[in-house]
Design a protein around this ligand. Structure first.
Ligand SMILES: [Cu+2]
Length: 151
C-alpha cells in the first residue's frame, strides 16, 4: 500500500511538473522610454514620436506571440527594427506579430527591436511613468508601466 501511494505521488508530481511547461510563462522586464518633448501642431495633432524598450522573458515550454501594444500616450504603436544599410542606420516597420520562443526571451533595445510611439499626445517627462498593455496570442493581455528616463 505504501508503495502504491509512492507511485501515485510520483505520477502526480510528474503530471504537475509537465503541465507547468505546457503553456507560455511570460514576464516583462526593464520597461523604459527616452524623455520626449511633444510638439503640438496648430490643428492639435502631433508629429512627435517616442519609443519603448523592454525585455519579454518566457519561462514556459511553449512559444507565444506578441500581437500588439496599446497605450494612451500615442495615436499609433508599431514594432520597428533598426538595421544598418550601408553606412546608414535605417528603421523598418515589422509586419505581424513578434515570436517569443519557448524558454527564451526577446529584447527590445537601442539599435535593435523597439516599440515606436507615433503621434505622441503628450510629452514624456523624465521620472514619470505611463501605462502600456501588451497583447499576447496565448497569454492574453499583460499591463506594465514604462519608466521615462535616460538608459
Ligand atoms: Cu522606429
Amino acid at each position: 500500500m505504501v508503495r502504491f501511494r509512492q507511485i501515485v505521488f510520483l505520477f502526480v508530481s510528474f503530471v504537475i511538473g509537465c503541465s507547468s511547461s505546457n503553456s507560455p510563462d511570460i514576464t516583462i522586464e526593464n520597461v523604459w522610454s527616452w524623455p520626449v518633448e511633444a510638439m503640438q501642431q496648430d490643428d492639435g495633432s502631433s508629429h512627435s514620436t517616442g519609443v519603448i524598450y523592454l525585455t519579454i522573458v518566457n519561462e514556459g515550454g511553449i512559444a507565444d506571440r506578441l500581437i500588439a501594444i496599446q497605450t494612451e500616450v500615442a495615436e499609433v504603436v508599431e514594432f520597428h527594427e533598426t538595421r544598418k544599410q550601408g553606412d546608414m542606420m535605417m528603421m523598418q516597420r515589422l509586419e505581424g506579430a513578434i515570436e517569443i520562443p519557448a524558454d527564451g526571451q526577446v529584447e527590445f533595445k537601442p539599435g535593435g527591436l523597439h516599440i515606436m510611439l507615433i503621434g505622441l499626445k503628450r510629452s514624456l517627462n523624465p521620472g514619470e511613468r505611463f501605462g502600456i498593455t501588451l497583447e499576447f496570442d496565448k497569454s492574453g493581455e499583460v499591463a506594465v508601466e514604462s519608466e521615462i528616463r535616460q538608459p
